[in-house]
Design a protein around this ligand. Structure first.
Ligand code: ADP
Ligand code: MG
Ligand code: ZN
Length: 472
């Protein structure tokens, strides 16, 4: 690749308020067409917007989640354009004075991505095109749904950086209760601005904007496609034109939506019907105090406090409820590593397999911690601990009792072991002979046979010791 990609993002996130941003209609995804509308959000003349203070708080939290300054003064503007999904023919947004400015997030590799601003705005409705009847229908349920738009500086240089950033934004906003970040439902939508320039150049190229990407995977593919497309244009001596493009998932390409020439003149002006948003230092501090520990902060704490490897810590903290469960378990028994292994291993496996969520499991964090302790202090083997988890997952129950009922408690005295080992060695005389003659790899095989012979209560440490003695 001879060109350096340069990328900046605009991310729209729907806020988790109960009602819409300027009226009292319910803010909920879906619903029969045009049932969640009122004169205000359907743009009837003479109605007045009333700002939802909950939306302001959530926007401020998005700012705290991304290291922004939350401004004491912000205000709304009208962005004028006509489109059938926007019955007022203008969108209320924050143009001159956004609520948050100057943030950043560090992506993998330690690179800092600067955030220019976060502003509040209202969503538009949805058009449903019926090609068969040859008509377009308007559903205004989404009109007036509160959004924030997060705008980054053009600091990204690869698809991977962008994907990491979007993943982190989604996680942080979910943690903070700002947005449910369901990309497939459109509650978090990413516009990618991308240009390329020769390596070593300081001067950015002309950018294309790819609208409304709805998965982290599509983001990666759309970027790769654009890098290729723009490279071919420059290689052929042509010029990239500034335009908006749409990514098509099925064809895996991007196609023009509108060019710069068709770009709107939005004739922004201050929204006369909404007074400026004033937040005192105390207001801002009160909102900041409501912020939960964020995933990257938790992840750091897990490495420092619990001594977990960074990769495990970031897997444990990806989802807040999962991480809350780990924290509670770790608080009840300090078996940090063993609990983590069970959660990332057997528990995750069972959740994936059944398509369920950690909040629905039949065992408590304390019970999982107890299971980890049984394995850590040698009462049961690690394999048995996994089986206990799987039994608790299905039916619940006390881990020690399950261990007793299923014969998982490991043998603690070696009596009787000699007999079993002798039998195993006799049955595998060939392997034993080869091992004694220097084939060290066969120890694992013999060990496996011995554990099998001892059954559920097999004590790997005792068996190993006994085998070593016999095979000398
Ligand atoms: P506009 O006001 O025309 O939308 P902005 O300066 O606000 O332009 O930038 C919009 C988005 O485009 C931002 O995310 C920014 O980082 C990104 N961007 C700006 N210039 C470039 C460029 N040359 N290449 C890639 N992205 C860019
Ligand atoms: Mg733009
Ligand atoms: Zn309404």
């Amino acid at each position: 690749m001879r060109y350096q990609p340069v990328i900046g993002l605009e991310i729209h996130c729907e806020l988790l308020t109960n009602s819409k941003v300027f009226c009292t209609c319910q803010n909920e995804f879906g619903g029969s067409e045009n049932t969640r509308v009122c004169p205000r959000c359907s743009g009837m003349p003479g109605t007045l917007p009333l700002l939802n203070q909950g939306a302001v708080r959530l926007a401020a939290k998005a700012g705290f989640a991304t290291n922004c300054t939350v401004n004491g003064y912000s205000s709304f503007d009208r962005k004028n354009y006509f489109y059938p999904d926007l019955p007022k023919a203008y969108q209320i947004t924050q143009f001159e004075h956004p609520i948050c400015t100057d943030g950043h997030i560090d992506v993998a590799g330690g690179k800092r991505i600067r955030i220019n601003r976060i502003h509040i705005e209202e969503d538009a409705g949805k058009l449903v095109h019926d090609d068969y009847e040859g008509v377009s229908l308007a559903d205004y349920n989404r009109c007036g749904v509160p959004l924030i738009e997060i705008v980054t500086e053009p600091d990204f240089r690869s698809a991977e950086e962008v994907q990491d950033f979007v993943t982190q934004i989604a996680q942080r906003l979910k943690y903070a209760g700002v947005c449910d970040a369901r990309m497939e439902q459109g509650s978090l939508r990413v516009d990618v601005n991308i240009s390329i320039m020769p390596f070593g150049s300081e001067e950015f190229g002309t950018r294309a904007e790819i609208k409304n990407l709805n998965s982290v995977k599509s983001i990666g593919r759309a970027i790769e496609y654009e890098i290729q497309r723009q490279s071919e244009i420059l290689d052929g001596g042509g010029k990239v034109v500034q335009e908006t493009r749409r990514y098509n998932e099925n064809r895996d390409d991007t196609k023009p939506l509108r060019s710069k020439e068709e770009a709107h003149d939005y004739r922004y002006f201050p929204e006369p019907d909404i007074p400026p948003v004033l937040l005192s230092e105390e207001d801002i501090e009160a909102i900041r105090k409501e912020m939960p520990e964020l995933p990257h902060e938790r992840s750091k704490r897990y490495t420092e406090e619990y001594g977990l490897p960074a990769d495990d810590a970031s897997l444990l903290t990806a989802q807040k409820e999962f991480s809350d469960f780990y924290d509670e378990a770790a608080a009840s028994e300090p078996e940090y590593r063993m609990i983590s292994n069970l959660m990332l291993g057997e528990v995750s496996h069972l959740l994936n397999e059944t398509g369920s969520d950690i909040t629905e499991v039949k065992f408590s964090p304390a019970e999982l911690a107890k299971t980890a302790k049984l394995a850590a202090d040698g009462t049961v083997s690690k394999g048995a601990a996994k089986e206990i988890v799987s039994i608790m997952f299905k039916d619940g129950g006390d881990p020690r009792r399950i261990a007793q009922e299923h014969g998982f408690i490991m043998d603690t005295d070696a009596s009787g072991l000699d007999e079993v080992i002798d039998k195993v060695l006799a049955e595998n005389a060939d392997a034993a002979e080869k091992y004694k003659n220097g084939n060290a790899k066969l120890f694992g095989f013999i060990m496996g046979q011995a554990i099998k012979a001892c059954g559920k209560s097999a004590n790997p440490a005792l068996i190993k010791e006994a085998l070593n003695k016999k095979l000398q």
